[in-house]
Design a protein around this ligand. Structure first.
Ligand SMILES: NC(=O)c1ccc[n+]([C@@H]2O[C@H](COP(=O)([O-])OP(=O)(O)OC[C@H]3O[C@@H](n4cnc5c(N)ncnc54)[C@H](OP(=O)(O)O)[C@@H]3O)[C@@H](O)[C@H]2O)c1
Length: 291
């Protein structure tokens, strides 16, 4: 049985689909089943379930929300990961933690490698980085998978979902051009997470193994560029697309890394796989979702 956290989140749907495609029995839990920052509830969960591996995408992912409520960010991003990773360590179970490009400052200017220095510029990034430390400290077999700019079903506020709605109904849309990064299809990331999980499961039970992988679709982009590509895929070429000045936005309290593109060469080499371009993944997602 594979335990997946964050059952009501964006990544969970495609991840459960991928796990069932690979014939892994799954139990997905959401906050209403178990608050993962509560260690006692995790102990009960592990006793009942006896998982073979744990994949942990749950977390507080609202970047400005984290800045406004650092205590909740710490609980949901760092403490949940500490509790789960320790429980995995006690039972000798592989642990896979989903992390973020926001552990980097964005000042490097070129794609980040797994062993580049981390230096988050906001509380979301700091608490996710603390989660990484806990992930490695608790479980004997662990992987941290950093990803970025996810798109997929399940979260209407997600950039791609919100923008595809606007492109269908509005003649003029605006998008930010102030950050460069890598977009990632949730279904592509799900395949990668299952690949990593199956690798960890196959390792000798008592082997100590900690690895960090970057996984996102190939190529860098901006939200503005993504919007233009979406308009093309959706045949909304006539829509006027303008650049938004970030200083005009209200409620944006957290700093963001300027260039947070991730190099995924390590993942590709380790598993001898090629990651497809973000445009292809986006096109498939928009087609499948009927956009
Ligand atoms: N989305 C992105 O663009 C992006 C980019 C880079 C990395 N990531 C990472 O990818 C992972 C998945 O992202 P996502 O967009 O799928 O997240 P999401 O849609 O925000 O879902 C996260 C889920 O975690 C749950 N959760 C949070 N704290 C919990 C707790 N203490 N106990 C139990 N459940 C809890 C949330 O439940 P509630 O709704 O009840 O709070 C929510 O259902 C996250 O770890 C994120 O840091 C995401």
């Amino acid at each position: 049985m594979i335990l997946v956290t964050g059952a009501s989140g964006l990544l969970a749907g495609p991840l459960l689909k991928e796990l069932s495609k690979k014939k892994h029995p799954v139990r997905a839990v959401s906050r209403k089943d178990y608050d993962l920052s509560d260690n006692i509830s995790i102990k009960a969960l592990f006793e009942g379930l006896k998982p073979e591996a744990v994949i942990h995408p749950a977390g507080f992912t609202d970047v400005d929300g984290c800045e406004n409520d650092g205590a909740k960010a710490w609980r949901d991003n760092a403490e949940t990961t500490r509790n789960l990773s320790r429980a995995c360590g006690e039972k000798n179970i592989p642990f896979i933690y989903v992390s973020t490009d926001y552990v980097f400052s964005g000042e490097k200017g070129t794609p980040y490698l797994e062993n580049d220095s981390t230096n988050p510029v906001n509380i979301y990034g700091m608490t996710k980085l603390a989660g990484e430390v806990y992930a490695r400290a608790g479980a004997g077999r662990s992987a941290v998978v950093r990803t970025s700019w996810l798109f997929g079903p399940g979260n209407p506020k997600n950039f791609v979902n919100a923008m595809s709605r606007r492109l269908r109904t509005e003649s003029k849309v605006g998008a930010l051009d102030d950050q460069k990064g890598c977009a990632t299809g949730a279904s592509d990331l799900s395949e990668a997470l299952v690949t990593v999980m199956e690798y960890l499961i196959k390792l000798e039970k008592n082997k100590i193994f900690h690895e960090t992988f970057h996984f996102c679709n190939a190529g860098e982009t901006t939200r503005f560029e993504m919007t233009r590509v979406m308009a093309k895929i959706m045949r909304r070429d006539q829509t006027e697309i303008s650049r938004i000045d970030p200083s005009t936005l209200t409620g944006r309290v957290a700093l963001r890394p300027r260039v947070s593109a991730l190099s995924c060469a390590h993942y590709e080499k380790f598993f001898n796989l090629r990651i497809r371009p973000w445009q292809k993944s986006l096109e498939d997602y928009l087609r499948e979702s009927g956009a």
